[in-house]
Design a protein around this ligand. Structure first.
Ligand SMILES: NC(=O)c1ccc[n+]([C@@H]2O[C@H](COP(=O)([O-])OP(=O)(O)OC[C@H]3O[C@@H](n4cnc5c(N)ncnc54)[C@H](OP(=O)(O)O)[C@@H]3O)[C@@H](O)[C@H]2O)c1
Length: 243
C-alpha cells in the first residue's frame, strides 16, 4: 500500500537517507524544511531518482505553529518522522535565545507537532506510525550538551507516553536513539569511528525498527551498553568527569 509519509526536517542528512528509502518503495513523501529554497533540491532528488510523488511545505519550528502545517497538508499522514534537531552551543549559558532555540526545536515544537498528528490519526482512525529521533544524550545530562540532552530527555519521555497512548488506537510510536551520526550537525567534531553511524545506517535501522514494531531503537547496539554504564556512574564521580 502506498503510504503518505511526512518528514519533518527533511534537509537533515538522516531524513534525506530515509526519504530515499521510502520513495524507492513507491510511497508518497511530504517533506518540510525551513524555506522553499531548501525544499527544491530535496524534492527534485526524489523525483529524478525514483519518480516519487513528493510535495514540500515550509515549516520552521521557531516560527510556525503545528496547526498551520497540519492545515496545509493534503490529508493526514500514515507515517511521520521528526528528524529536526538543533545541538546549540553548550558554552553559551549567557545566551538565552540559543537555549530557547534548543528547547523549542528538540522538544516543545516536536511535541506539539506529534500531538497534532496523533490527534488527527485518532480522529480519522488511521493506524499510523510516528517516529521521533531523540538521542542517547537524553539519558544522562553531561556538561558538553546538557540543554540539548535535557530537551531530548523530555522528548524521549514524551515518546514513551505517546506510545502508551497510541497503542489502544493501533498507532505505533518509535523512539530512535542514534548515538553519534556523521552529519551536518556534527561536521568538524572529532567522532569516534566505531561509535559513529552514517545517516544511511540510521535510516535503515528506522525502517527495520518500524517493521519489527520496536519501541526504542539504538542504531548501534553498543550504545545501549555504554549508556547503561554511564547512567550507573555514581554522581560523586560523574560530576568530576570531562564528558
Ligand atoms: N548528528 C548526531 O550525532 C546526532 C546524534 C543523536 C541524535 N541526533 C538527532 O538526529 C536528528 C537528525 O539530525 P542530523 O544528524 O541528520 O542533523 P542535521 O543534518 O543537522 O539535521 C537537523 C535538521 O533539523 C532542522 N532544523 C534545525 N532547526 C530547525 C527549526 N527551527 N525548524 C525546523 N527544522 C529545523 C535542520 O534544518 P536546516 O537543514 O534548515 O538547518 C535540519 O534539517 C536530529 O533530531 C538530531 O538531534 C543527531
Amino acid at each position: 500500500m502506498k503510504k503518505k509519509i511526512l518528514v519533518i526536517g527533511a534537509g537533515s542528512d538522516v531524513a534525506q537517507a530515509l526519504s530515499r528509502l521510502r520513495a524507492e518503495r513507491g510511497h508518497i513523501l511530504w517533506l518540510t524544511a525551513r524555506s522553499q529554497e531548501a525544499l527544491q533540491p530535496l524534492l527534485a532528488d526524489l523525483k529524478v531518482r525514483y519518480q516519487a510523488e513528493a510535495l514540500g511545505f515550509v515549516y520552521d519550528a521557531e516560527l510556525h505553529p503545528a496547526e498551520d502545517l497540519m492545515a496545509q497538508l493534503p490529508g493526514i499522514p500514515d507515517e511521520v518522522h521528526v528528524a529536526m534537531g538543533y545541538l546549540g552551543n553548550p558554552d553559551r549559558l549567557d545566551d538565552p535565545k540559543d537555549a530557547a532555540r534548543i528547547l523549542k526545536v528538540n522538544f516543545s515544537a516536536a511535541v506539539l507537532l506529534m500531538n497534532a498528528v496523533m490527534h488527527a490519526m485518532i480522529e480519522k482512525q488511521i493506524k499510523g506510525v510516528l517516529v521521533g529521533i531523540s538521542s542517547v544524550a537524553g539519558e544522562r545530562g553531561r556538561k558538553s550538551n546538557f540543554l540539548y540532552g535535557a530537551a531530548k530527555a523530555g522528548f524521549s519521555t514524551y515518546l514513551d507516553g505517546l506510545r502508551n497512548a497510541g497503542f489502544s488506537h493501533g498507532i505505533h510510536v518509535m523512539t530512535v536513539k542514534p548515538g553519534f551520526i556523521r552529519s551536518k550537525m556534527t561536521a568538524g567534531l572529532p567522532l569516534p569511528g566505531p561509535l559513529t553511524a552514517s545517516p544511511q545506517q540510521v535510516a535503515s535501522a528506522i525502517i527495520k525498527g518500524m517493521k519489527k514494531g520496536r519501541g526504542t531503537v539504538y542504531v548501534l547496539p553498543v550504545w545501549s551498553i555504554i549508556m547503561l554504564l554511564i547512567r550507573n556512574i555514581p554522581d560523586v564521580l560523574f560530576k568530576r568527569l570531562n564528558l
